[in-house]
Each structure stands twice: as structure tokens, then as C-alpha cells.
Ligand binder design. Sequence first.
Ligand SMILES: NC(=O)CC[C@H](N)C(=O)O
Length: 196
Amino acid sequence: MSTPTIGVLALQGDVREHLVALAAADAVARPVRRPEELAEVDGLVIPGGESTTMSKLAVVFGLLEPLRERVRSGMPVYGTCAGMIMLADKLLDGRDDQETLGGIDMIVRRNAFGRQNESFEAAVDVRGIAGGPVEGVFIRAPWVESTGAEVEVLASHDGHTVAVRQGNVLATSFHPELTGDHRVHGLFVEMVRAAQ
Ligand SMILES: NC(=O)CC[C@H](N)C(=O)O
């Protein structure tokens, strides 16, 4: 099978770390800032950062509707932290004017694990990832408050859902791109390959 080309939404956030992790997981990785660039990728990562800023910039860059359209049409997408927020059909503690792309039938609570000074690391067992738990880095992280019937829960921490998948859309509350362990990116690259 051919090597998939995976974009990283590069409006804001920790783009570079995802590009590195995707390349290490055998994908061709490139930043996406414009609709033309979005059209050329087989899958997309939405990084961590600040979801309110990201959603504003998506409007400014004319990407909000093209992104929604590609998610609806089945392009594989993986969102970490702020990216998970972007993929939620519904948000709690979002800003009033905050837009999401949707894609996963879930309610996500922003900043649920606390503010920046309450960031932490924890071992997280992720369904579908062999070789033991991954190191979960949680930074002002959201959690998933509830999920619809089509959503598969892949991981929990302290009784809260922190990783989910619905069809071709994957989301984690935590940041595997910061750990040097590329297994979660590997899982996503396999999802993209399977959709090709
Ligand atoms: N590390 C992160 O991505 C933090 C997410 C941030 N709290 C937000 O609401 O977008």
C-alpha cells in the first residue's frame, strides 16, 4: 500500500511535534493552512493548542466549512486536546461564539481536568494499542462527558473518558506527540491507510 499523506492543521498549536510523530510513524506529513492544502491530504491531525483561537482562525482562513465537509465525507481525522474539542458535536464550558467541526457524537467539557497549573502525566491504557500503557500528557485537558451509541471508548483516566473513536475520527484528551512514543500516531496512520 502507498504511504499516506497526512496534514497537520497549522493554524495554531503544537504542529511541529505532530509532523515529527507522523513522519516517525511512516506517513508523509505536511502542514495545512489553506483549503487547497486540505484537498491534497489523505488524513488530518488537529493539534493541541487553544481551541477558541483555532476555531476563530479556521473562519479567518476560510477553512471551517472545507474542514467540516471533509470530516463529513469520511476523511480520517485525529484530534489531540484542543483538537478533540474541535471534533466534538457538543461542548460544555466553551466560549459562546466557539465553533467546532463536529465528527464525533460526544459532549466534551473544555478544561475539565483543570487549568494550566493542574497539568499532569498518567499512564493510560488505550484499546487497540499493544505493548502496555502510553504516557498521557494532560495540559488543561478536556474530557468526554458523554458519548452516543456509535462512539467507541478507547481509554479512561480517573473514571473519565479520554480517548474515543467514531468511524474514521479519533480523539484523545492527551498529547502523544510530546512523548516520543509514536504508537497512537501509528494507530492513526493505519486508519488512514485502511481508508485509502
Ligand atoms: N493543551 C490543549 O490543547 C489545551 C486545550 C485548551 N484548554 C482549549 O480549550 O482549547
